[in-house]
Write a protein that binds this ligand. Structure first.
Ligand code: ATP
Ligand SMILES: Nc1nc2c(ncn2[C@@H]2O[C@H](COP(=O)(O)O)[C@@H](O)[C@H]2O)c(=O)[nH]1
Length: 210
């Protein structure tokens, strides 16, 4: 069985990763979503085990000590991390999984899974990014400013990624990512096919010599 695709979706806070990811999962119901662990407080409406596994800082540090996380990072004063076992099990079962994570974590995942597909979501402009964070109404003014300054640093790390997608319209961004996933599947299938074609004459020659 082929392993599943590991898709990493990053981008600055407020660009619309969560929104686009939800739309993408509607379009590709077989795509598995990796629920992260975090030490931040739940926002209104967020549910434990659905949006995040909400942990205290001590519980999170214990997960780090037990090597239960594939990657983790500290972002604007809180811990965030990807539970390892679920990702490894999903890929081994041949299913595709998407991680919605910030840039430091994505770079760590790339070191471990260079064959993953790394997508960076960009805002149409910085002004629109600010409007989206403010419009969501979940952050204090200080956190908005902090998240925006981190956003600039994050966008400077765009070159680590395989693809950049502008989230102008949710539907278009979602379609572009869906096309990337389809193309990556084709690439892998073609690679196997070409490898097989390359190996065939060699194997035939070896058999003739025997
Ligand atoms: N294409 C879009 N056009 C207009 N508004 C959008 C678009 N995509 C997302 N939004 C809005 O922007 C706000 C931020 O979106 P979302 O919470 O999905 O961002 P995020 O990147 O997941 O943020 P964070 O990293 O902080 O969790 C939300 O209010 C969402 O409705
Ligand atoms: N490195 C990781 N980053 C993660 C993970 N889960 C989410 N995130 C990113 O953190 C910021 C802030 O998220 P918010 O929910 O507080 O707005 C955002 O960029 C998320 O994508 C993770 O497991 N690892």
């Amino acid at each position: 069985m082929n392993r599943g695709l590991l898709i990493v979706l990053s981008g600055p806070s407020g660009v619309g990763k969560g929104t686009v990811c939800t739309a993408l999962r509607g379009k590709l119901p077989e795509l598995i979503y990796s629920v992260s662990a975090t030490s931040r407080q739940p926002r209104e409406g967020e549910r434990d085990g659905v949006n995040y596994f909400f942990k205290t800082r001590e519980q999170f540090q214990d997960m780090i000590a037990r090597d239960a996380l594939l990657e983790h990072a500290e972002y604007v004063g809180n811990y965030y991390g990807t539970p390892r076992e679920f990702v490894e099990k999903t890929l081994a079962e041949g299913k595709d999984i998407i991680l919605e994570i910030e840039v430091q974590g994505a770079i760590k995942v790339k070191e471990k899974f260079p064959e993953g597909v790394f997508v960076f979501l960009l805002p149409p402009s910085l002004n629109e990014l600010r409007q989206r964070i403010v419009g969501r109404g979940t952050e204090t003014q200080a956190t908005i400013d902090h998240r925006l300054s981190v956003a600039i640093e994050e966008m400077n790390l765009l070159y680590h990624y395989d693809y950049a997608v502008v989230n102008d319209q949710i539907d278009s961004a979602c379609s572009r990512i869906s096309s990337i996933i389809t193309a990556e599947h084709c690439k892998r299938e073609r690679f196997l096919h070409e490898l097989f074609q390359e190996l065939k004459p060699i194997t035939a020659g070896e058999n003739a010599e025997r």
